[in-house]
Design a protein around this ligand. Structure first.
Ligand code: SIN
Length: 474
């Protein structure tokens, strides 16, 4: 597949040098996209800036119509989109189909929410005054999206931005640009006016620098590593650039003695092994109370051993490859560090030579301790380290003892205990007996170093609106 840039309603960039896109399951070359840089990004920003004046004046009902059409087209082409996701990032086809439906749901939800951007009137303290609050679109938005959910993270950003009346420049991960290109093609088909949506692929540093330094970009929404998020914050300081950051996580899963074991196993399997563990809200460390520990470990090993690893394009696969060799090296390093420091490996832990080197098997570690790297750093792989605990306080302390604060999970059927954990955990998202909390209508985002702002839900739209206070003297 030969990709292009999409700027001002036209597909361009044939003359540019190309970036190769590989299938992580086979190592095969599956596409080439332009290596856009500073001047292409500037062109895309100019085009978004020009179209902002008319797009921001359309009615919410008009914008809703375009979003609904894109939603419809995504579902009509869901099989093709799912295949592209699997080909360029490796997740099993069934999971990729789930991602497309999830991705489309942001467009549907924000098509409705666009009509509910309400302002406010405020009682004035003088009889001759009237006070009101207007909500207006923030302006040109740059959306920098990651490789682990190439469809859903794009629509989670552009859905609310477009609904609010903003225009966008999208920069997908250079590892997975093909899905973004297909969605952009569908947006073109949906009839969005030229310049409202622009897509630039290429060198992340060159594109990022232009986005951060160009004053026409009023908001940057980014999903990716905490390291890059901090860099963007520093770069944006000069212009006080508005930022939404959805950064790394290090989610604890806490299983209490009174948890319903099957519910806990189902939740942990969903949270830990979805997308081969390459999800920001994946359970990264599992704390199990002593009274349920043996039973839980035995059952988790039994269920995990059933997971089928392989090329996601084949039927019945649960675990695809990791995105690349660097990802495998990181997982290997964390597992080896744990084992060298006394962890016991009950399952997996070693790569199988019959697979290509991007595969890492589902792995379960016990006897882990808080000092090990795996208990302190995000893994982004299918490894479940399990630590035993005695008291609620101990679990809460271990869970919160991290600079991350994206998602946490607690499994208990005790209402009072459950609420105590929900209120004590310093995380933006809590799954209580639920290993898959994400939804278009709910706010997604983190505390501490896991980010700024929320995506999804009413809060997700707020991030693309300015609040303007107007005082009128009669
Ligand atoms: C992410 O990994 O950042 C997204 C996961 C989700 O939306 O559930």
């Amino acid at each position: 597949m030969e990709g292009k840039l999409y700027i001002n309603g036209e597909w361009i960039g044939d003359e540019l040098e190309k970036i190769n896109v590989f299938n992580p399951a086979t190592g095969e070359l599956i596409g080439k996209v332009p290596n856009g840089g500073q001047s292409e990004t500037k062109f895309a920003i100019d085009s978004a800036y020009q179209s902002f004046s008319s797009w921001s004046k359309t009615t919410a009902y008009e914008r809703s119509g375009f979003l609904k059409e894109l939603y419809r087209l995504m579902l009509t082409h869901k099989n093709l989109l799912a295949e592209l996701i699997t080909l360029e990032m490796g997740k099993p086809l069934q999971e990729a189909l789930g991602e497309v439906v999830y991705a489309a749901s942001f467009l549907e939800w924000y098509a409705e929410e666009a009509k509910r951007v309400y302002g406010q009137t405020i009682p004035a303290s003088h009889g001759n005054k009237r006070m009101m609050v207007l909500k207006q679109p923030i302006g040109v938005v740059a959306a920098i999206t990651p490789w682990n959910f190439p469809a859903a993270m794009l629509t989670r950003k552009i859905g609310p931005a477009l609904a609010a009346g903003c225009t966008v420049v999208v920069k997908p991960s250079e590892l997975t640009p093909l899905t973004a290109m297909k969605i952009t093609e569908l947006a073109h088909q949906a009839g969005f006016p030229k310049g409202v949506i622009n897509l630039v692929t290429g060198n992340p540093t060159a594109i990022g620098n232009e986005v951060m330094n160009n004053p026409k970009v009023r908001k940057v929404t980014f999903t990716g590593s905490t390291k890059v998020g901090k860099l963007l914050m520093a770069q944006g300081a000069n212009q006080v650039k508005k930022l939404s950051l959805e950064l790394g996580g290090h989610a604890p899963i806490i299983i209490l003695n009174d948890a319903e074991i099957n519910k806990a196993i189902t939740g942990v399997m969903a949270s830990k092994f979805r997308n081969a563990g390459q999800t920001c809200i994946c359970g990264n460390r599992i704390y199990v109370q002593s009274g349920i520990y043996d039973k839980f470990v035995e059952k988790l090993v039994e269920e995990t051993a059933k997971l089928k690893i392989g090329n996601g394009m084949e039927a019945g696969i649960d675990i695809g490859p990791l995105i690349n060799q660097a990802a495998v090296d990181k997982v290997n390093m964390q597992v080896n560090n744990a084992i060298d420091n006394g962890a016991q490996c009950l399952l997996g832990g070693k790569q199988n030579d019959s697979f290509n080197p991007n595969y890492y098997p589902p792995t379960i570690l016990t006897n882990v301790t808080q000092e090990m790297i795996i208990m302190n750093e995000e893994t982004f792989g299918p490894v479940a380290p399990i630590q035993k605990f005695e008291t609620d306080q101990e679990a809460i302390h271990c869970a919160n003892d991290t600079p991350s604060g994206l998602a946490a999970y607690v499994f208990t059927d005790n209402l009072t205990k459950g609420m105590k954990f929900v209120e004590s955990l310093d995380y933006g998202i809590i799954g209580w007996n639920d290993g898959a909390p994400s939804a278009a209508q709910a706010p997604f985002g983190g505390m501490k170093e896991s980010g700024i702002g929320r995506e999804g839900g009413q809060q997700g739209l707020e991030g693309f609106l300015e609040t303007k206070y107007v005082s009128i003297q009669l």
